[in-house]
Design a protein around this ligand. Structure first.
Ligand code: KPL
Length: 310
């Protein structure tokens, strides 16, 4: 059986991290970059991955849209949610029939927006708790170890045991601490719920995650509103003991500036539409009132322009 060749769309922190580990493991992968200038910058320096045991260099092959059409049978999407549709559109003509697509990103609602672009694709969703950030373009810091989970996007996409094992083995499973979950939606929902509190709140208060300890009532209200939406959409187990889980993440990442705060501070577009925006759309459909989230949405909406894509 031929090895799976991953095409990684988005060489930010997580995409770069996976690309570097794949290349180190001798597994075929290609980075799909935004444009020719980005490709030229990448070719000048390659990837640097800083880990607790040192910094090493990797240079997996990379491409940018230029009219050529590599055949893509396995696509790993690590772009930010708000850039995914445009980024995928650049490579649509390269996707093999029955392409396997993994979306590994924060937020919810991207898969739904891709269904018309990706007819016939086998869609997987993933989530990771690894701490990774970019010290500079193509210089990734693997700051903290975590877990990564993959699973089918919906109940109609079925992967038998052999396919599951093959997919997991084709990724750097040990270093990613990679596992399969047929109910990945519940894991994504739980992360989404936690992000919907920490990210917009730190972005509006302009504070580090740990400083949310000074705003327990706000955290409690945001958490309670999410629980009401989760109940209404059948995701009650995803929000079991949610407030406790939020505080665990706040404490574990106390010194961090959330990704949304970083985006707002840098004048970049944010994942707001795929966090609070998505939550409010679900709430409206279910008839659930979410005043605290609506206020955050109104406060952050103007800061969410088209922005730049990483
Ligand atoms: O995932 C995060 C993010 O910043 O996007 C958290 C968990 C909030 C850590 O900062």
């Amino acid at each position: 059986m031929t090895a799976i060749h991953w095409h990684i769309l988005g060489a930010g922190a997580i995409g770069g991290l996976i690309g570097a580990y794949l290349q180190r493991a001798g597994q075929p992968c290609t980075l799909l970059l935004r444009d020719q200038p980005t490709l030229a910058r990448y070719r000048a320096c390659g990837l640097s991955l800083e880990t607790q045991t040192g910094t090493w260099h990797a240079a997996p092959p990379a491409l940018a849209p230029d009219g050529t059409a590599p055949r893509i049978a396995h696509l790993l999407v690590t772009t930010k949610a708000q850039h995914t549709q445009t980024a995928v559109a650049d490579w649509l003509h390269c996707l093999a029939p029955g392409v396997t697509v993994v979306l590994l990103q924060n937020g919810l609602g991207v898969a739904e927006r891709l269904t018309s672009q990706l007819t016939g694709a086998r869609l997987l969703l993933g989530t990771t708790t690894h701490g990774a950030w970019r010290r500079a373009p193509f210089h990734i810091v693997h700051a903290g170890s975590g877990e990564t989970w993959l699973g089918p996007a919906d109940a109609h996409t079925v992967f038998d045991d052999t396919e599951r094992q093959r997919l997991l083995a084709s990724l750097p499973a040990a270093v990613l601490n990679l596992h399969w979950d047929d109910r990945i939606d519940q894991r994504l929902w739980r992360k989404f719920a936690i992000n919907c509190v920490i990210n917009p709140l730190t972005a509006t208060l302009r504070c580090r995650n740990g400083e949310l300890r000074r705003h327990p009532e706000k955290v409690a209200q945001l958490g309670a509103e999410i629980c009401a939406v989760a109940e209404a959409v059948g995701q009650h187990s995803a929000v079991h003991a949610l407030e406790h889980a939020i505080w665990q993440v706040v404490d574990a990442t106390a010194a961090n500036r959330s990704s949304m705060l970083q985006d707002v501070s840098a004048g970049r577009s944010t994942e707001l539409e795929f966090m609070t925006g998505h939550l409010l759309r679900l709430a409206a459909q279910a008839g659930v009132h979410c005043p605290a989230h609506s206020a955050l949405y109104r406060a952050l909406r103007p800061a969410t322009g088209a922005g730049t894509r990483c």
